[in-house]
Design a protein around this ligand. Structure first.
Ligand SMILES: Cc1ncc(COP(=O)(O)O)c(C=O)c1O
Length: 365
């Protein structure tokens, strides 16, 4: 028995996403890079490596991890690189994508040994969620002025465009790509590769995978480019749970259950986006507000229905706990850091990392 809390990555479920990604690569010709900002738990890279082309990153640390732990093709991107980082970044990467022409101007020479690209901001939103919308007004994420970009064309061979956010709607993807083609078609036909970023939920159930592939292929053929995708969430969706134990129950007008975890420390993204965690089957006559053990008054995972009354010692599993969770876990309140465990394809469960007081202590000085 592993002591809770722990994240449990199920390789069989991960494999289902990997097989869809492999299908997309095969049918569309697009390459797929794991976005490490979403998921960087390298213990399962051995499995993922066979189904993906490499990784993409958002910092020096990520590009190094991608290079050292995943291998294959390694893309470097960052909103801004510092002077003292750039040589090391270049040393780890096959391609570097600059966020702005300013960064390209500063660092193009020092990156002349590898392929260089620029982030293009198409100014088309796929989401009305301002916080996660790269095309929000005054966005710093990429260049949008075709005239300015034109002047940089001699120093780059590709573009990265990322403007989707958990987009499950193929029609919307198709429409947005059409708008990008309309606005930037002339530039697209002058480059060798285009990364369409992440945020496309193509491994989700009922996503029209073949139509998606055909659209990608038509785009690649029209402009003569190698297309890349940068799936983060789509790579690991539904693969992982956060396993917790009930420590206490209370009744304060509602039934409350406190678990040995914290949404702020262990599933922070849900708090940032004001979303509820997921518990399945979420059916039954006993409704509980399941709360974390940190001091934050709103440390609440959500309100769920259970078959039985919850008691101290009962297990509560939160679904879909891979993306933007493990990469964001933190030591708020010194709450015990969840271990990381993997359910292997043969069903056996292996703990791959445990965190101790020393890790907490050493996270500060
Ligand atoms: C440039 C870039 N690529 C890829 C991703 C991965 O997105 P997702 O995890 O939604 O697929 C992101 C997410 O913010 C991103 O900014």
């Amino acid at each position: 028995m592993i002591e809770t809390p722990y994240y449990l990555i199920d390789k069989a479920k991960l494999l289902q996403n990997m097989e869809k990604i492999a299908q997309v690569r095969e049918r569309s010709g697009a390459k797929a890079l794991l976005a490490l900002k979403c998921f960087a738990t390298w213990s399962v890279f051995d499995l993922m490596r066979d189904y993906m082309d490499g990784t993409t990153s958002s910092s020096l640390n990520e590009v190094r991890l991608g290079h050292e732990r995943f291998g294959k093709e390694t893309h470097a991107y960052s909103v801004a690189y510092a002077d003292h980082e750039i040589d090391e970044v270049v040393g780890h990467a096959d391609k570097i994508i600059f966020n702005s022409i300013g960064q390209l101007d500063r660092f193009a020479d020092r990156a002349s040994g590898i392929v260089r690209g620029l982030r293009l901001n198409p100014q088309v939103s796929s989401s009305s969620f301002d916080l996660a919308d790269p095309a929000r007004p005054f966005s710093r994420l990429g260049e949008w002025d075709a005239e300015k970009i034109e002047k940089a064309m001699d120093r780059i061979s590709g573009f990265m465009i990322h403007n989707h956010c958990e987009n499950e709607d193929f029609e919307l993807f198709d429409r947005i790509l059409g708008q990008i083609e309309e606005n930037f078609g002339a530039l697209l036909s002058r480059v060798e590769w285009v990364s369409l970023g992440g945020g496309i939920h193509f491994t989700g159930e009922n996503y029209p995978l073949e139509t998606f592939c055909d659209r990608l292929k038509a785009f690649a053929d029209k402009y003569g480019v190698q297309v890349y995708l940068e799936p983060g969430e789509a790579s690991i969706t539904q693969s992982t749970t956060l396993e917790t134990t009930v420590l206490d129950t209370l009744y304060n007008g509602k039934h409350l259950a406190i678990v040995d975890s914290s949404i702020e420390a262990h599933m922070l993204d849900l708090l940032i986006y004001r979303e509820s965690a997921k518990v399945t089957p979420n059916k039954g006559p006993h409704r509980y507000l399941v709360c974390g053990k940190s001091c934050l008054a709103g440390d609440i995972f959500g309100e769920f229905d259970f078959e039985r009354e919850l008691k101290v010692g009962d297990r509560v599993s939160f679904q879909d706990a891979a993306g933007y969770t493990m990469v964001k876990k933190n030591w708020f309140n010194g709450v015990k850091m969840p271990a990381i465990a993997v359910r292997e394809l043969d069903g056996s469960i292996r703990t791959v990392r445990e965190f101790t007081y020393a890790d907490y202590e050493q996270s500060l000085s």
